[in-house]
Design a protein around this ligand. Structure first.
Ligand code: ATP
Ligand code: MG
Length: 418
C-alpha cells in the first residue's frame, strides 16, 4: 500500500522551504524590533480551554476542532489557533506580575477540520502575537504596525487594512437587542446557523457566509454606529495613531471576526489575490479573555497571520524570496587518498561554518563533476596527486571560470569572504 498525505495536509518540500525560512526569520526579526519575545506552546490542550477561550458558538469550536479522547480518557483538542493557549500560559506562569505590556509572539501549526481549498487547509501555520496589560489604543496601533512593517520588509504591497470596533460588553448588550429587533421579522428566511445565533450571539449573524437574504444582512444596523462614548473615543484614538504612522486603512463595519472573545478593535489585512481566502491576517482586542479564563482581569490584543496565505500572496505579487545556496564549494577527488583528504578539509570548513560537499556515493571523478554542476555549487576544487603533494589547490568559480590558487590551509580564509 502506498500512503498519501491526509486530506488538507501537505508536505513542505526542500524546493519551497527557503520561502518559509525567510518569512519565519523576518517575522521574528520584526517582532523583536518591537520588543516582542517568542513563546512556544503545546500543540494540544484540554478541549474545554478552546470551548471557553475561543467561544462555543463559533464555527471553529462547533465544527472545526480536532477533538479526541486520549488513552487516559481526557478530552484533548489540537489547537485550532494560538490565543487560547498563550492566554493559558500567561495565567499559568504568572506573567501578569511582569512589567506590562507583556509582548509575546509565536509561530505555530494550527488544525481545523475544514473543506480543503486553495489557502485553506486542515493543518496550517500561523504567525501571531499577543500583548497583555495595555488598554490602548497605542498598543492597537503598534500591533497593526508590526504587520505593516513585516509586509513592507518582505516586499509586499497593496494589502488592504480594514478596521472596525465591536465595542465592549456594555454597548454590545444594547446593540444585540437592536439587532434582534431588526432580524426578528426575517428570521424564518435565515440559515440554520443564524437561527441559533439569533438567541446566543446575534452579532455573528452579520458574518453569515451562507447564500441567504443578503440584503437583510447588508442592511442590518452596525455596531460601529452604536458604540458607547469610551469605545468611540478608543476607536478615534486608534484612527489618529494609524494616521500618524501613515498606515492607510478602511473602516469595514462588517468585520466581526470569527472568534467570540474580541472587544473593541478588530482588524483584517485582506489581499485581492488569494481568491475567496483573501484574509491574510486577522486580529483584535480581547479585554475580557484573561478574566474569562480565571486569570487576573487584564486587557489583551493580538493577531494571527496565515503563513500559507501570506506565501501565496507573496508569490502572486511576484516577490523573489531568493533561494540560498548553502553549499559553497565541492571537492572532487581523483583517488581514494584524495577523497580522504576532501573529507578532512570539509570537516574543518564546516567547523568554521562554511558549507561544502565531497563524494560519499563512490562516484567516479566524472560523475562527481556532473553532480556538482547539477547542484549549482558555485566553487569547485579538484584534488589530484599534484594538489595532494603540494598542498595547493585551484578554486574554480563556476560562474566565470576563473581559477585562484589557494593553500589548503588558507581555504577557510579564502572562502569566508565568498
Ligand atoms: P476564514 O474566514 O478565512 O475562515 P478565520 O476568520 O477562520 O478565516 P482566523 O481564525 O482569524 O481565521 O485565523 C487567522 C488567519 O489564519 C486567517 O486570516 C487565515 O490567514 C489563516 N487561516 C485560518 N484558517 C485557515 C485554514 N484552514 N487554512 C489556512 N489558513 C487559515
Ligand atoms: Mg475560518
Amino acid at each position: 500500500m502506498r500512503y498519501a498525505a491526509q486530506k488538507g495536509t501537505r508536505d513542505i518540500l526542500p524546493e519551497e522551504i527557503y520561502k518559509w525560512h525567510k518569512a519565519e526569520k523576518m517575522f521574528a526579526d520584526v517582532c523583536h524590533s518591537f520588543g516582542f519575545e517568542e513563546i512556544r506552546i503545546p500543540t494540544f490542550e484540554q478541549t474545554d480551554l478552546f470551548q471557553r477561550g475561543v467561544g462555543d458558538t463559533t464555527d471553529v469550536v462547533t465544527k472545526e476542532m480536532y477533538t479526541f479522547d486520549d488513552k487516559g480518557g481526557r478530552s484533548i483538542t489540537l489547537r485550532p489557533e494560538g490565543t487560547a493557549g498563550v492566554v493559558r500560559s500567561y495565567i499559568e506562569n504568572g506573567m501578569s506580575s511582569l512589567p506590562s505590556p507583556v509582548r509575546l509572539f509565536y509561530n505555530i501549526t494550527a488544525f481545523r477540520y475544514e473543506k480543503m481549498q486553495k489557502g485553506r487547509y486542515r493543518e496550517f501555520h500561523q504567525f501571531g502575537l499577543e500583548a497583555f496589560g495595555a488598554t490602548g489604543p497605542s498598543i492597537d496601533a503598534e500591533i497593526i504596525s508590526v504587520v505593516d512593517v513585516f509586509f513592507k520588509r518582505m516586499g509586499l504591497a497593496n494589502i488592504k487594512l480594514c478596521i472596525n470596533s465591536i465595542g465592549c460588553p456594555e454597548c454590545r448588550k444594547q446593540y444585540n437587542e437592536l439587532l434582534k429587533d431588526y432580524f426578528r421579522p426575517h428570521i424564518d428566511t435565515m440559515c440554520e446557523d443564524c437561527k441559533a445565533r439569533f438567541e446566543r450571539n446575534p452579532l455573528r449573524m452579520i458574518d453569515c457566509k451562507i447564500d441567504g437574504p443578503k440584503e437583510v444582512v447588508q442592511n442590518a444596523p452596525r455596531l460601529i454606529n452604536h458604540l458607547c462614548d469610551e469605545c468611540r473615543a478608543h476607536f478615534e484614538g486608534l484612527k489618529s495613531e494609524l494616521d500618524a504612522l501613515d498606515i492607510k486603512y478602511e473602516i469595514d463595519p462588517n468585520i466581526v471576526r470569527g472568534l467570540d472573545y474580541y472587544t473593541r478593535t478588530v482588524f483584517e489585512f485582506v489581499s485581492e489575490n488569494v481568491g475567496s481566502q483573501g484574509t491574510i491576517c486577522g486580529g483584535g482586542r480581547y479585554d475580557g479573555l484573561v478574566g474569562l479564563m480565571d486569570g487576573p482581569a487584564t486587557p489583551g490584543i493580538g493577531f494571527a497571520m496565515g503563513v500559507e496565505r501570506f506565501l501565496l500572496e507573496a508569490e502572486a505579487q511576484g516577490i523573489d524570496l531568493g533561494k540560498p545556496q548553502y553549499v559553497k564549494v565541492y571537492f572532487a577527488a581523483m583517488s581514494d587518498e584524495g577523497k580522504n583528504k576532501a573529507m578532512k578539509i570539509c570537516h574543518d570548513l564546516r567547523l568554521a561554518g562554511i558549507g561544502c560537499e565531497q563524494d560519499v556515493a563512490d562516484r567516479s571523478f566524472r560523475a562527481q563533476m556532473k553532480y556538482a554542476g547539477k547542484q549549482g555549487i558555485p566553487y569547485l576544487v579538484v584534488l589530484g596527486d599534484d594538489e595532494l603533494a603540494s598542498g595547493i589547490v585551484k578554486v574554480k568559480c563556476m560562474e566565470d571560470g576563473q581559477e585562484t590558487e589557494v593553500k589548503i590551509d588558507d581555504l577557510k580564509t579564502f572562502l569566508e569572504g565568498k
